[in-house]
Design a binder for this molecule. Structure first.
Ligand code: ADP
Ligand code: TRP
Length: 330
């Protein structure tokens, strides 16, 4: 087991899709088999866009149930709800005072919102609440509270982790070396999984396969994958086929090599390849999907798991916040 502390937060904004799973959740779950892993459900971060308590709570349960049913190793992982840890609100307030406003102005997600407003001819700050504007400060608090070394994230979050590092450096320069400097780690497959239309699978393109779609829905979605019009006996390039690119993540090496050969030799049509893909995904997800359903119908068990995780997280967080308060306030 490595001594490095690996931490990530997952925003509860809806059922993750296969792209999220392969790009972000699977590496995290695999990591938990060998290393200490801190994972929390970032419900405070979801607050800037979701203003309905029931929805946030439901999505929080979904992420917890999904991680557990897909095999997060609960011996090595601390799994909890961000809002259960009082120290994170404190550290957020404290870090506000050493974070330059200019740093927030540079945040990609905030800038994207301004650009969207400008394009629509709206007021520059329309729809921007302070939760969105100061999002990177809360995220820094998450990261720095738990003495994090490595933060596995998608490319879109890299800048936020760099901000956490910048903020830690400002702090250390002013108050002494208290924070470890975190580093982002971008997964090899992050952002690469194609969706039904061949573009990156993404909620924003409406081309996703939800991880726990039931079998009939899964089949329907797989059958809807867009292909070119090559006939079954024409050779096809597997590396340009969404079907093959998804299959790679769900079948064993021999089956992947077999489908590659069938594509290259023009020995399979897209319809049959889709059936193989559906069977491969379903074979891998059927059991976790049942476990997920069972956990979702026993949310009291999830509450207990999250409470246990929060108690473990609190020990680390309280230790950090005490030291930070002493350094800043005496
Ligand atoms: P979406 O594009 O659907 O809104 P997010 O931006 O919320 O997805 O991404 C959450 C996580 O899932 C990130 O770590 C991101 O890198 C990963 N991810 C999202 N889409 C894909 C994809 N198509 N392939 C691989 N990883 C992805
Ligand atoms: N901002 C991340 C996202 O939108 C979620 C998140 C919150 C996070 N706090 C974090 C990720 C700390 C890594 C570390 O996906």
């Amino acid at each position: 087991m490595s001594e490095k502390i690996i931490l990530t937060g997952i925003k509860p904004t809806g059922m993750p899709h296969i792209g999220n799973y392969i790009g972000a959740l699977k590496p995290l779950i695999e990591n938990s088999r060998h290393n200490k892993t801190v994972v929390f459900i970032a419900d405070l971060h979801a607050l800037n866009s979701i203003h309905d308590a029931k929805t946030i709570k439901q999505h929080t349960y979904e992420i917890a149930a999904l991680l557990i049913s897909m095999g997060l190793d609960m011996n090595n992982a601390i799994l909890f709800r961000q809002s259960d840890i009082d120290a994170v609100y404190k550290l957020n307030t404290l870090l506000m005072n050493i974070t330059p406003k200019g740093l927030m102005n540079r945040a990609h997600s905030y800038k994207a919102m301004l650009e969207k407003n400008a394009a629509a001819g709206d007021d520059m700050d329309a729809g921007v609440n302070m939760g969105l504007y100061t999002y990177p400060i809360l995220m820094s608090a998450d990261i720095l509270l738990y003495n994090t070394d490595i933060v596995p994230v998608g490319a879109d979050q890299k800048q936020h982790v760099e901000f956490a590092r910048d903020i830690a450096e400002y702090f250390n320069r002013t108050y002494g070396n208290l924070f470890r400097l975190p580093e982002p780690q971008i997964g090899a497959d992050a952002g690469l999984v194609p969706g039904l239309d061949g573009r990156k699978m993404s909620k924003s393109y409406d081309n996703t396969i939800p991880l726990f779609a039931d079998a009939p829905t899964l089949k329907k979605l797989v059958m809807r994958i867009i292909t070119d019009s090559k006939l079954p006996n024409e050779p096809k390039n597997p590396d340009e086929s969404t079907i093959f690119l998804l299959y790679k993540h769900f079948a064993n090496d021999a089956d992947v090599a077999n489908l590659r050969r069938l594509f290259e030799n023009g020995e399979i049509g897209y319809g049959d390849a889709k059936k193989m893909l559906f069977n491969a995904i379903d074979a891998q997800l059927a059991a976790p999907r049942e476990k997920y359903k069972s956990l979702m119908s026993h949310t009291d068990e999830l509450d207990e798991i999250l409470a246990t995780g929060a108690a473990r997280a609190r020990k680390i967080a309280n230790n950090t916040i005490e030291r930070v308060m002493r350094a800043m306030l005496g």
